[in-house]
Design a protein around this ligand. Structure first.
Ligand SMILES: [Mn+2]
Length: 333
């Protein structure tokens, strides 16, 4: 069981707050390929906990994407090799924005060994049994919304940098407050953080209008690769190793490219299959018809019904063909 999940009024957030209030040393961990919600939530909780007198460390299981590194400010963020010593020294370990072992990459096994110290704050439906205190609220637009509520519950102080990190968390997970998960709860939370002096225009520019030319060339390659299947209802794009080599773009410069295909009116779901150095991965997006989290789960991945992902050891063409076939089964079923 990963069972003490609950809404905002259930026992999980109260138990989680009590654990954090009583801790002196806190280790914050988020998922591999961290996004704005992962990093923003982690930074805000770190800032607030430090203000409350706690010793806090942050850790990601792989690398921090350079376009989002500013969200961590000058706070150091450890890599997977430091998990052991930091976890041994911590009173509590908070896993943010995931409850999936697969998403913890190289630290997944070490996390399992620290189970009694682990607590989880997450809004994804995909979950493994990694802790007893698990606050999962799938109705929350972002983990950042939950972190803001937790900081309020604890009576901790959110710094302006913390508020900015939470606006970034919620805005990036909602497509800048456009996606179906955008709700009044998220907008009220963001409004409170704007009152703290956060400038969304500056934040937008830093996150979305700060790319290298190589990324735009990579987007062009992805769009050039577009295939449409099932009467133009499924869009599939690919990025191969050669696309990265020839454009000079990095493997961390693919974020959101999958959404480009949703510009097409007939498209119900969009996939991008990406060949990385040591594996192939896919990002899946959907409107209402198909639950892509369930589809990703068939391939060992997970996420949200409208936004999910997976990694595979198959080659790109094989994985692409299997995904296209699986979508057909789910969409017609
Ligand atoms: Mn999230």
């Amino acid at each position: 069981m990963c069972g003490k999940s609950s809404d905002n009024n259930g026992p999980a957030p109260a138990a989680l707050a009590a654990r954090l209030a009583g801790a002196g040393k806190i280790l914050l961990v988020t998922h591999a390929r961290p996004d704005g919600d992962a990093l923003g939530s982690m930074r805000a909780l770190a800032e607030a906990a430090r203000e409350a007198g706690k010793t806090v460390h942050m850790l990601v299981p792989d690398a921090v994407p350079r376009r989002l590194a500013f969200l961590l400010g000058d706070s150091p963020c450890a890599g997977p090799g430091r998990f052991g010593p930091l976890a041994d020294g911590a009173d509590v370990i908070v896993v943010l924005d995931t409850c999936s072992s697969a998403q913890l990459d190289d630290v997944a096994e070490a996390v399992a060994a620290q189970r009694e110290k682990m607590v989880v704050i997450d809004h994804h439906a995909t979950r493994d049994d990694i802790a007893d205190i698990v606050w999962i609220d799938t109705s929350a637009a972002a983990t950042g919304v939950m972190v803001g509520e937790l900081i309020d519950r604890l009576g901790w102080t959110l710094t302006r940098q913390g508020a900015e990190a939470l606006v970034a968390a919620v805005a990036t997970d909602t497509g800048w407050l456009r996606f179906a998960n955008t709700d009044a709860r998220a907008l009220r939370a963001v409004a409170g953080w704007l009152d703290a002096g956060v400038r969304t225009d500056i934040l937008y520019r830093r996150i979305y209008q700060n790319a290298r030319p190589q990324r735009l060339r990579l987007i062009a390659r992805a769009i050039e690769s577009l295939e449409l299947h099932y009467s133009d209802r499924l869009a599939v794009m690919c990025l191969r190793r050669g696309d990265f080599a020839e454009t000079g773009a990095g493997e961390d410069e693919t974020e959101n490219i999958v959404n480009e295909a949703l510009r097409i009116g007939t498209v119900e779901s969009a996939f991008i299959v990406v060949e990385n150095t040591d594996h192939v991965r896919a990002s899946l997006r959907s409107r209402d018809l198909v639950d892509v989290a369930a589809l990703a789960a068939r391939f060992g991945g997970g996420g949200h019904p409208r936004a999910a992902g997976l990694r595979s050891t198959e080659d790109l063409e094989t994985l692409k063909a299997k995904l296209i076939e699986a979508w057909g089964e789910v969409a017609s079923g």
